[in-house]
Every structure is written in C-alpha cells, then in structure tokens.
Design a protein around this ligand. Structure first.
Ligand SMILES: [Fe+2]
Length: 364
C-alpha cells in the first residue's frame, strides 16, 4: 500500500503548482534541445564512420566553428594548422552545412559552447548504446520491448526515480572529485526544500511516540582549514521506522522527520531524531519491472539525508549510513561510501553518534 502511494506521488508531483508552467516550458525547451542534439549526434556519428567522436570529428567541429565565425564558404584552409599559412582541407563544405545549421538552431536555446557540448555528450551516449546493441546482438523484439518500457517510464513519471537510482551517483562523483572536505553522495528523489528551521540543537519534527531507536547526533561544521562555519545550515530528512517519507506516503505529518538546523559561530550542532529503516524503491511501476526482469533487488540501506551549506562554501549533499546494514554493499542506488558510515554508540535512551562535516570553499 505504502509503496503504491509513493509511486503515485512520484508520478503526480503536486508540491509546487506555481512552478508548473515554468517546468512545462523548461521541459519543452529540453525536448527541443534533445531533439536537436540527437539529430546532430547522428550527423556526428555519420561523419565519424561509426566510430563516435574521433579526432576527425573534432577537426570537423573546428572547421564548422570557423565557418560560423565568418570564414568564407569557399576558403577551405584550416589556419589553425601550420599557422599562419594554414593547411588546405579536402573536406566538403556540404557536410559542414547541416552541422552549422544545427548549431545555429541550438543557439536559439543554448550558447554555442553548450550546444556543442550537448551534441558531443549525446553522441557519446548513443555510441554506448550502439556498442551494447552490437556486443550483445540485441534483437528487434528486445529493441521494441525496451522502447515500450521507456515510453512507460515517461508516462508513469518515473524518469526522476530511474535517473536518481541508476545514474546520479556517477554525476555526483564527477561533480565532487575536486573536493578535499567531507564526502557526499546522491540527493535522491525525496528531498523537499523549506523544512522547518530549528536552532543548532533540537529535535526534528516527529509524531508523539515516533517509532524507532532514538538517535542523538552531535558534530561540527567547519571549512577545510578547520574554521568553524558560522551561518551554516544542515537540512536533514529521512524515512521513518517503516521506511516511509513524509510528503511521499499518506498519513504522515507534512514535515515529519524533516528539519533545517541553523548553526552558530562555534559550528556545533546537536540533532535529535530516530534511526530510519531500510526501504525498497517503488516496485509497482516501470522501474519495478526493470528490477524484476533483471533479477535485482530494490533495497536501499537505512540512511539519513543531509544538505550542508555555508556562505562561501560548496553545498555538500550526503547520506549517512549505519554499520551492519545488509544492503550497505549492494545498495540499489550505488550511493554508499565507507566515509559515510556512522559509528553509533549505545546510550541510556537509544544511541548517540558523532559525525562532523567539512565544507570546501567555493573555487575562484
Ligand atoms: Fe532516501
């Protein structure tokens, strides 16, 4: 019942009705961009002789850039080679033309560099798909089944779920690989901004007699040089003892187990909450069909989500896990990292845990 409710809620987002039109326009713009990028990708692939974005493709892109920058249609010299005389290229402008037109069209909604980047990344994505089809000799029935499944993912609103579970963890790793402070991990689909503000010490909102082991978490928010970060905030959210999130499962108070802690000059915080339970991602939709077909499980280990921010520092998004959870090693979302596993201690009433956050200054 609860999973169905979660799925239904994911499929019908209704928390920000005032943003509906803006999101619709963003979606339409994105579709246009993806459409254009896909066409460009096919062209890249075509002139790359099926080998993806090769050095020849890169040279072609340089040639197109020069054409768009004003070089004559009839001047086939590439002046970046053997300057200042340049080298006369033997490639036809007829191939440059559609690519140039697509980049110009893409510039209607994106700057040139971004339009080129969209085309380049989508080319690589398509190349990966093409290689998998060839390597595993994918059949037409399998192709049709995959197409029908993708359509269902869209119609049931499960693209956020799919992407957050199976794709986001790599994006997060790329985005944070330069950092020296605390490790982060994926945000996941259950974050809701605007949770009630609490001081630097206190309890997250919870029901009377909230089920679960009481947990007191103490720590400090500092910069990488050890300086306490006055004005930092910790947004915290997690599932309850049944593995359910407020605002995504019925019958739970709006901000249950969600709160924003405002940190003072000493950087210290003390959070009172309860230990969350592991949960399965929704299995009653298209993602569940994929999990069943692949013979996977749908479990995420128990975890507490946080977003830690401070002026002049990069936002840290993380999840904290508990030792001994059977799914720490095979999390369906691949989000667990050793640095994110807590070390709770038994206390008179529940457990205590100490865990600090170190934020990286914003790069100049
Ligand atoms: Fe979660």
């Amino acid at each position: 019942m609860a999973l169905t409710a979660i799925h239904t809620d994911l499929a019908s987002p209704k928390k920000c009705p005032d943003k509906g039109n803006a999101r619709g326009m963003e979606t339409a713009a994105l579709l246009v961009v993806v459409w254009l990028a896909t066409i460009a990708a096919h062209l890249f692939t075509a002139f790359g002789a099926g080998s993806g974005f090769s050095t020849d493709d890169a040279m072609r892109l340089v040639e197109v850039r020069d054409l768009l920058a004003g070089q004559s249609w009839f001047d086939l010299t590439q002046y970046r080679l053997d300057p200042p005389v340049g080298v006369v290229m033997h490639w036809s402008r007829l191939i440059d033309l559609p690519l140039a037109l697509l980049i110009r069209a893409g510039e209607v909604v994106l700057p040139t560099a971004m339009a080129e980047r969209v085309a380049t990344v989508v080319t690589a994505v398509l190349r990966g798909i093409h290689e998998a089809i060839s390597e595993y000799q994918v059949t037409y029935p399998e192709y049709q089944a995959a197409k029908a499944w993708m359509i269902e993912v869209g119609e049931t609103g499960e693209w956020p779920l799919f992407l957050d579970v199976w794709v986001e963890h790599v994006v997060e790793e790329v985005a944070t690989e330069h950092r020296h402070g605390s490790k982060g991990t994926i945000e996941g689909p259950y974050y809701v901004p605007g949770s009630p503000t609490i001081g630097s010490a206190g309890s997250v909102p919870m029901r009377p007699n909230e089920s679960g082991t009481p947990l007191v978490w103490t720590g400090r928010v500092t910069s990488t040089d050890g300086t306490a970060l006055d004005g930092a905030t910790i947004e915290l959210w997690h599932a309850d003892n049944d593995g359910l999130y407020s605002q995504f499962a019925p019958g739970i108070p709006e901000w249950n187990l969600r709160g924003t802690f405002a940190i003072g000059a000493d950087g210290r915080f003390e959070i009172h909450t309860v230990r969350p339970a592991p949960y399965q991602i929704p299995t009653d939709g298209a993602c569940g069909q994929l999990i069943a077909a692949a013979g996977w499980h749908a479990w995420r280990p128990a975890h507490i989500h946080v977003k830690v921010s401070a002026p002049g520092h990069e936002l840290l998004t993380a999840q904290l896990y508990f030792p001994g959870d059977e799914h720490n090693d095979d999390d369906i979302a691949s989000a667990v990292k050793p640095e994110l596993v807590l070390d709770p201690k038994a206390a008179a009433d529940g457990q205590t845990v100490a865990y600090d956050f170190v934020l990286d200054p914003v790069r100049s």
